[in-house]
Design a protein around this ligand. Structure first.
Ligand SMILES: O=C(O)c1ccccc1N[C@@H]1O[C@H](COP(=O)(O)O)[C@@H](O)[C@H]1O
Length: 213
């Protein structure tokens, strides 16, 4: 049994945060990008179990802004979803948070281009290249990830919904999946922007479990 972790991203509404927390995901994500319909604008995040790690998602933000949000919302992890450099990641890590660096994948991807990041981030996250920096709701060809050459663990993301369960199952038969620590879901589980369906997510979690993913 692989027991992959689950990250539910793009949370915004207090009652929905509390409701989705009852599913005990491993990570809850909050978008800090003003142009997103999921932009987080609450003063505080409601109390959630400590076992659920809070991830702040940023797109080319200033380090100052990141640090202020980490302190305000007690974020455990920072997800960098823009063109942040290796030096930038290194500087964010100095503040004692874990760093997820995102790379968006198109028709092909040269993993040698991200080698310099390996020493300075905690995880990679592979998302689909699209019109928006993230939250495009479309999948990419996961076969590309089979060429991933590093040991650094990664999150698999981009348009994942219930219809991807069979593909996820197949992906977890590949060698590279040993390095995939989490499945990241977002727009495909929404009933309206940023509002996640508890029923759909519960079913998805159950399907992952039943398929021994
Ligand atoms: O969701 C957004 O609005 C968003 C905006 C800016 C950066 C990242 C964003 N979301 C991230 O995108 C991925 C994939 O989402 P989806 O499944 O394709 O909807 C996810 O990691 C979100 O954190």
């Amino acid at each position: 049994m692989k027991n992959v972790k689950l990250k539910i991203c793009g949370m915004k509404y207090p009652e929905n945060i509390e409701e989705i927390s009852t599913l005990n995901p491993d990570y809850l994500g909050f978008i800090f990008w003003e142009k997103s319909s999921r932009n987080m604008n609450l003063e505080t995040i409601p109390e959630i179990p400590r076992s659920i790690r809070k991830v702040g998602v940023f797109v080319n933000a200033s380090i100052q802004d990141i640090i202020s949000k980490v302190n305000q919302y007690q974020l455990d992890i920072v997800q960098l979803h823009g063109n942040e450099s290796v030096t930038y990641c290194k500087n964010v890590k100095k503040f004692g948070v874990e760093v997820i660096k995102v790379f968006s994948i198109g028709d092909k991807f040269d993993f040698t281009t991200i080698k310099e990041y390996v020493l300075f981030v905690d995880y990679f996250l592979f998302d689909t290249k699209g019109k928006l920096p993230g939250g495009n709701g479309i999948t990419f060809d996961w076969k590309i990830v089979e060429n991933y050459p590093y040991e650094k663990p990664f999150f698999l993301s981009g348009g994942i919904g219930k219809t991807e369960v069979d593909a996820i199952k197949d992906f977890f038969k590949t060698d590279v999946a040993k390095k995939c620590i989490a499945i990241d879901v977002n727009s495909r589980f929404e009933t309206k922007p940023a509002y996640k369906s508890e029923i759909k997510l519960r079913k998805f979690k159950k399907l992952l479990y039943e398929n021994e993913i």
